[in-house]
Design a protein around this ligand. Sequence first.
Ligand code: SME
Length: 161
Amino acid sequence: MPMFISPKLSLDKNENYALMLENLSGYLDRRLPPVSNLANMSAIIACFFADINWAGFYLHKGRKLILGPFQGLPACTEIRLGKGVCGTAALRRETVVVDDVGSFPGHIACDGNSRSEIVVPIMKDGALYGVLDVDSPLLSRFGTAEKTAFEKAVALLVDIL
Ligand code: SME
């Protein structure tokens, strides 16, 4: 079993993000089915980020994204490519950070408490695998440090998929 470091949040966000990545390295396992790795990854993100209300995955299937493992309130199960923040990041194949979801045209509100959002595309061998989606009840929750941390987390995932 991997060593799991206490999820008690430190006041230093960079310390929390480093611990998140350390835990991911311990838990992600290429011998497991993807659903097991995605489930643990959503839980680890939820443990190490303050002020987030949803963290999870949408997986690419045809012209849609389909809800995968997550932590948070029940969410919409299908998003068309190009729609919402998730579908936009998936179509562009680049991270999208939204400081105020109210000002993002076509934002899909799954949890009415969400105020800001980050979506990181997951690319495996040049193909879109899905997206990591994280929501916060605070405006402008996701800055450079958070974008870097989530992109590093996705890189660890891609390595074992
Ligand atoms: N807000 C997302 C939909 C997914 S939920 O946030 C979980 C979007 O606009 O794509």
